[in-house]
Design a protein around this ligand. Structure first.
Ligand code: GLA
Length: 718
């Protein structure tokens, strides 16, 4: 299987290139300016299906041939797309059965991309036929570095509820459960007497009254992921018949709730990701870091590609804030620091037409006499300086457990509190560790965790028995585990593990929970004697081997354990029974757009964009972006960060001390990335080597200017 694309050398730089939107004379200006900016890779033809196949079975590759030759003659490599995320209008007309149907039974209209059913056989045939024509024609071309199949699977058509999908779902269920008795047992259909007599009786989880079977909803979410993967595989395997360039598709790792990217990981030759900042979120560079770490983890630690981000504002948030001076550079280099070997944008040239004309681009409407263009050119030079970084690995000593299935399950209706949100705790723990300058990996709960000194489980409501045992083995072998409340509660079918909560983790944590006491809206509860404050959750813990570190000092569980530790085998398992915040006076900045969609029935679907974008599903509203502002992160002893610091110390996790948490510090191989997000210069001690961006010699310390980035290559083998 091919790995990372061999070419271009160094760090790939460029973006989506949509020349079909422009007359040919513009193309010549494009390539000239690409060269000026140092662009060496473009994702070509992501949306050009109607150009290539203007009528069913009628092909016209003339313009694409000319563009490919033009780029090749200028030495610009191509990531050739199959444009199958946006079928032409003839496809819709000819194949009405392939139209997307939403949960409420609406047939989704055309006039935009993605409006097809992922289980449609007509779509399968048409997309494969086009992929075959493209691969046959271009796989041997020396300019084609790699393939970009489709665009953002699951962006807006994550789940379709039409009859074709229903049939495909039934086949999938037969495969998964064998017979209907097994399905009934797994789904617990004796509850409310919802027993099925045959697979034919199973409907997709279409719009229903409250209380729809949650196991049905989870299986539908799983089935839908597989439907998209099947579409990808079909195209990928077709392309592989003609060439051996790597094949990828661009993920939306932190933004698409509907896909399970652990399942996608092994399907692609190189993991690639699209990331967009939530402009209004305070300190959104922390969320960027998290997305990059998650992408690297899905890539199994191998180099990955930043396939899209933005030079400035996007067009789909309520207020599309431009990036601040230096922010595009900091964003780009933070992705590289965390394992990306590319910096690619959506898109090369700002569009004049259509939905995205107010989205920033490498070449803005204002043209080359603009600070944005000058920044783009400067970034190209920066990346040339970082060529040596390519392929080096980021090593992490701490892992956060992340499971999309648990994300889906937690955010279904009728949980003990609407404040139980996957991203709320995930972001809180990530942020606390980020402020401690600890680089983390993410891991599936069933993964081999033995390489990590410390493992954190911020939100694993759904945890299989096998995964619980995996965590137990990790601790017994000497690991340090931190578990947050409402984890290990249900199995893969959303059935409560037998006995007291948390069934999958009772023995690991050395405790059980007698009763949950979720707090009222905005309620808080005091913890311990040092001024810790919990939000969202309290519960009555019964110790069974664990010891109390802090007790609740007020609220429904006053006098009972709030934070515990359990020595087990050679390791320790900590448990935190309330929501501590990552820094004083600051709840994590989880935007509303990332919330469960209002806890309306249904597994969250689609990308967490603005509902204004017209996506399907309950996409939340980015109008409420941002948690409380502020967050100076002074790191008093009264927050989650202080608690984690104690565990980090006990686990022996190495990290720099005494740096402000406006400074992002990441080691990638032997290279040290220092990104200053603050408004004051920061001097980092014990730094010696050469500045890769500015050629400076550092002997003993490096001062990173306000808003600046320094990358240091240590002297010799240091
Ligand atoms: C996604 C898509 C692009 C474009 C950008 C805009 O990432 O892949 O085609 O729509 O969003 O932010």
């Amino acid at each position: 299987m091919p790995g990372y694309p061999a070419l271009p050398e160094g760090i790939a730089y460029g973006g989506d290139y949509n020349p079909e939107q422009w007359p040919e004379e513009v193309w010549r200006e494009d390539v000239r300016l690409m060269r000026e900016a140092g662009v060496n890779l473009v994702s070509l033809g992501v949306f050009n299906w109607s150009m290539l196949e203007p009528a069913e079975g009628v092909y016209d590759f003339d313009r694409l041939d000319r563009i490919v030759e033009l780029l090749h003659s200028w030495g610009i490599m191509i990531n050739l797309a199959t444009p199958t995320s946006s079928p032409p209008t003839w496809f819709r007309t000819a194949h009405p059965g392939a139209r997307l149907v939403d949960r409420e039974g609406h047939v989704i209209a055309g006039g935009t991309r993605h409006s097809f059913c992922p289980s449609s056989p007509e779509y399968a045939t048409a997309s494969q036929r086009l992929a075959e024509r493209l691969a046959e024609r271009y796989a041997g071309h020396p300019a084609i570095a790699m393939w970009h199949v489709h665009n953002e699977y699951g962006w807006a058509n994550a789940r379709c509820y039409c009859e074709t999908s229903a049939e495909a779902f039934r086949d999938w269920l037969r495969e998964r459960h064998g017979d209907v008795a097994a399905l009934n047992a797994a789904w617990g259909t004796t509850f409310w007497g919802l027993t099925y007599g045959s697979f034919e009786e199973v409907e997709p989880p279409r719009l229903a009254l409250p209380g729809q079977l949650t196991a049905l909803q989870l299986d539908y979410a799983r089935f839908s992921v597989e439907a998209h993967i099947a579409n990808f595989r079909r195209e990928r395997d077709t392309i592989r018949r003609f060439g051996d360039q790597p094949v990828t598709t661009n993920f939306m790792i932190a933004n698409c709730v509907a896909m399970d990217y652990w399942r996608w990981a092994d399907e692609v030759d190189v993991v690639s990701n699209d990331h967009y900042l939530e402009a209004a979120r305070a300190e959104n560079h922390i969320e960027l870091a998290m997305a990059a770490d998650l992408t690297r983890s899905v890539a199994g630690g191998r180099a990955w590609m930043l396939m899209e981000h933005s030079t400035g504002a996007v067009n789909w948030q309520p207020r599309n804030l431009a990036k601040r001076p230096g922010e595009m550079r900091r964003n780009s280099l933070a992705h590289v620091a965390r394992g990306s070997d590319s910096v690619l944008f959506f898109q090369w040239r700002a569009s004049r037409h259509g939905a995205e004309k107010f989205h920033s681009a490498m070449l803005p409407h204002a043209g080359t006499d603009s600070s944005l263009w000058r920044d783009v050119v400067a970034l190209g030079a920066d990346l040339r300086g970082l060529a040596g970084v390519r392929g080096s690995r980021v090593e992490a000593e701490v892992a956060l457990v992340w499971d999309w299935e648990s994300f889906w399950a937690l955010e279904l209706e009728w949980r003990p509190s609407v404040d139980l949100r996957f991203r709320e705790r995930m972001d809180a723990y990530y942020e606390a560790l980020w402020r401690e300058h600890v680089t983390v990996d993410f891991a599936h709960p069933g993964a081999d965790l033995s390489a990590y000194r410390m493992v954190v489980v911020p939100s694993s409501y759904l945890l299989t028995e096998a995964a619980g045992k995996n965590l137990r083995r990790y601790v017994e072998a000497g690991g340090h585990l931190v578990v947050s409340y409402f984890s290990g509660i249900v199995d893969e079918n959303d059935a409560v593990h037998p006995g007291a909560h948390p069934g999958a983790l009772r023995d690991v944590l050395g405790l059980s929970v007698e009763e949950f006491h979720p707090l009222p809206e905005n309620g808080t509860v005091p913890v311990g004697d040092d001024g810790l404050t919990g939000r969202i959750w309290s519960e009555r813990i019964r110790l069974a081997g664990a010891r109390t570190v802090h007790a609740f000092t007020g609220g429904p569980d006053a006098g009972h354990p709030a934070v515990t530790r359990h020595e087990l085998g050679a390791g320790t398992a900590w448990y935190v029974a309330t929501a501590l915040d990552p820094s004083p006076d600051r709840a994590p900045g989880v935007p509303e757009g990332f919330r469960a969609p209002g806890h309306a029935p249904g597994v969250p679907e689609g990308r967490r964009d603005s509902g204004d974008r017209g996506d399907l599903g309950d996409l939340g509203d980015l109008g409420d972006l941002g948690g409380p502002a502020g967050g100076t992160g002074t790191g008093t002893e009264r927050d989650l960060r202080a608690l984690l610091r104690a565990v980090l110390d006990q686990a022996g996790v190495s990290r720099p001390r005494g740096l402000p948490d406006t400074l992002e510090l990441v080691r990638r191989g032997r290279y040290l990335f220092l990104i200053n997000h603050g408004e004051e210069p920061v001097t980092v001690p014990e730094v010696s080597g050469t500045g890769m961006l500015d050629g400076a010699a550092y002997t003993g310390s490096a001062t990173v200017p306000a808003g600046g980035v320094t990358v240091v290559e240590p002297a010799g083998d240091a």
